[in-house]
Design a protein around this ligand. Structure first.
Ligand code: RP5
Length: 172
């Protein structure tokens, strides 16, 4: 079995739908990962235990996704010495602005690399990029991924030029 390199922690199972995008991209790049639920507020001891376990297991990056007063990524970063990526999730009356500020506004000394609201895919990609700093094969795969993306944009441009914007849009 391959060593787990990335751990994904969700503040609640209600975060899974969005956070599964991080898992999806890690699978696309064949990165061994673990995923669990552990809340900074509702299960603080479990959160600490998980982080200690991940550190012992050699996990290199932790992705933490939470909504509302989202302190999960910050509390993970308080215990974990390697990069922590925070995903602020859209939820509640403030629609993710609360999670964004709680995740991104860390005091000096405890950084959390924060992606956009609900952007779990970017969290996965950022974790892969961090791993790729010490892995040339992974770096090549990331270049390939960018090339594929560029090709797809180029194809859309060609199609739009050919069809014109009225035909490109779906019928109303
Ligand atoms: C946060 O509170 C979780 O990350 C979740 O986004 C939000 C609501 O949690 P549930 O009440 O759905 O469990 O801690």
């Amino acid at each position: 079995m391959k060593k787990t390199l990335v751990a994904i922690i969700l503040g609640s199972d209600s975060d899974l739908n969005i956070m599964s995008e991080a898992a999806r991209v890690l699978e696309e790049f064949n990165i061994p990962y673990e995923i669990t639920v552990s809340s900074a507020h509702r299960s603080p001891e479990l959160t600490t235990k998980n982080i200690q376990r991940y550190q012992k297991a050699g996990v290199k990056v932790i992705i933490a996704g939470a909504g509302l007063a989202a302190h999960l990524a910050g509390s993970v970063a308080a215990h974990f010495p390697l990069p922590v990526i925070g995903v602020p999730l859209k939820s509640g009356a403030l629609a993710g602005i609360d999670s964004l500020y709680s995740t991104v506004q860390m005091p000096p000394g405890i950084p959390v690399a924060t992606v956009g609201i609900d952007n779990a895919k970017n969290a996965g990609l950022l974790a892969i990029q961090i791993l790729a700093t010490a892995d040339r094969k992974l770096e090549k795969k990331l270049l390939e991924y960018k090339r594929t993306m560029a090709d797809s944009v180029e194809k859309k441009g060609v199609k739009l030029e050919k069809l014109g914007w009225k035909n490109y849009l779906p019928e109303k």
